[in-house]
Ligand binder design. Structure first.
Ligand code: GLA
Length: 411
């Protein structure tokens, strides 16, 4: 048995054959959902106004609580998770995601310039497409470039800036919201009318299960993800560098200076990208390393280790522990990749819900995804959705606490 597999085994406290995480974790994918008309809220869900868009459209905020008191607030603009309150090891609730309390803060010039995509649904293509173009079935498509020479997170106006239709629901597993958005043929340069449906379920097993589906009228690249920034000490705390991170990946995709993958699938062994054993995020950031220099920290796609024959089931991608609060976040996904971003572009110019600035590396994102620039990289798993197919992807964030500060080290 290899060293990294046994490390994953230990830190999850489950058998290797069960590396898919516990049964409750998986049940979230099989729920039967009954939606409610938007006028009648199911118990445990409240709707309020979050303000208006400049064109007068109303933005709604849904406050969803589970049976254990975990509370999530989601707005229909961008499907943004604006807050998520979970207990620490003593039962004290803190909001562990970066975000704002009013729509104006998500629309401000300062926010647009910083462009951090706090808490939002990302589409049609999460991450970068090189030089804003790709060729599909013999035709070359041109996209807006919004990140140096490249297209990032769907272009100038991605799914994060769209008003989605929201339907709250309650099911045996928990409560949530079904968000739908239809992206027009040609929107941001992409071919095909894409009907997108994202279901957030806050389960009574303290998971946020996200189920993504899409259908298209013409072949198009699709790569949907969620861009929440976590700080397990509570948003507004100054740093995530002491969070302990495990990523279930023995390879990653190195990038050029514009953060486009070179095409290489590189072994993480002996590099600052080896997170197979839980490691403090800041432990190796000071190392002289070209990849860290290009991204000003971690902003890289990890090639997730999968169990043979289980590509369609959510498997463990990452685990984060914040020693002081004892909060633990686990991520499982059906996706082949995970972008770990250490909040390198946060610079204190944005002030969050608690009135504290979001300083450099005060939040981390774990974006489950296909690999960046896949439409231009024939050796990467395909992101092309065709009209006879349904795009389906699942990601589960599980929230828990650990009793001991040293659990990861001593388990
Ligand atoms: C992703 C990208 C980063 C950055 C953030 C938002 O993580 O890979 O480079 O754009 O989104 O700032």
């Amino acid at each position: 048995m290899t060293r990294h597999l046994s490390a994953v085994h230990r830190c999850l406290g489950i058998g290797l054959l069960g590396m898919m995480i516990g049964p409750a974790f998986l049940q979230a994918q099989a729920q039967t959902v009954s939606t409610t008309s938007s006028s009648a809220m199911p118990p445990g869900i409240e709707r309020s106004s979050f303000g208006q868009l400049p064109d007068g459209r109303e933005v709604d905020c849904y406050r969803i609580t589970n049976d254990n008191g975990i509370e999530m607030r989601v707005i229909n603009y961008g499907g943004i998770i604006v807050s998520l309150k979970t207990p620490d090891r003593a039962g004290r609730m803190d909001d562990i995601v970066l975000g704002f309390d009013s729509i104006g803060d998500y629309l401000s010039d300062t926010y647009r310039q910083a462009n951090p995509y706090f808490g939002a649904l990302i589409g049609r293509y999460g991450n970068r497409i090189a030089n804003g173009r790709f060729t599909l079935d013999g035709e070359t498509y041109h996209l807006p470039t919004n990140d140096g020479p490249n297209t990032l997170h769907g272009g100038d106006v991605g799914f994060n800036q769209r008003l989605w239709h929201a339907e709250p629901f309650s099911s045996a597993e928990g409560r949530g919201l079904v968000l739908t958005y239809t992206s027009a043929d040609g929107e941001q340069g992409f071919p095909g009318r894409l009907s997108t449906r994202v279901r957030y379920t806050l389960t009574n097993d303290d998971e946020l299960a996200i189920d993504y589906r899409a259908r298209t009228t013409r072949a198009t690249p699709v790569n949907l993800t969620q861009h929440s920034y976590f700080n397990l000490k509570g948003e507004g705390s100054p740093s995530i560098l002491d969070h302990q991170l495990m990523i279930n990946a023995s390879a990653y995709t190195p990038v050029d200076e514009t953060l486009i993958p070179t095409g290489e699938i590189a072994d993480v062994s002996g590099t600052p990208f080896d997170f197979r054993e839980p490691t403090a995020i800041g432990a190796r950031l000071g190392q002289k390393n070209t990849q860290l220099a290009y991204a000003k920290g971690y902003d890289h796609n990890f090639v997730l280790s999968k169990n043979p024959g289980q590509d369609d089931l959510p498997t463990l991608a990452a685990r984060v522990l914040e020693p002081r609060s004892g909060r633990v976040l686990e991520v499982a996904t059906t996706e082949p990749g995970l972008q770990f971003y250490s909040g390198n572009f946060l610079d204190g110019s944005l002030t969050g819900k608690s009135g504290r600035p979001y300083t450099h590396r005060s939040g981390l994102a774990l974006e489950t995804q296909h690999f960046p620039d896949s439409p231009n990289q024939p050796n990467f798993p395909s992101t092309i959705l065709r009209p006879d197919e349904t795009y389906h992807s699942q990601t589960i964030y599980r929230f828990s606490t650990t009793a001991s500060e040293n659990q990861l080290a001593t388990d």
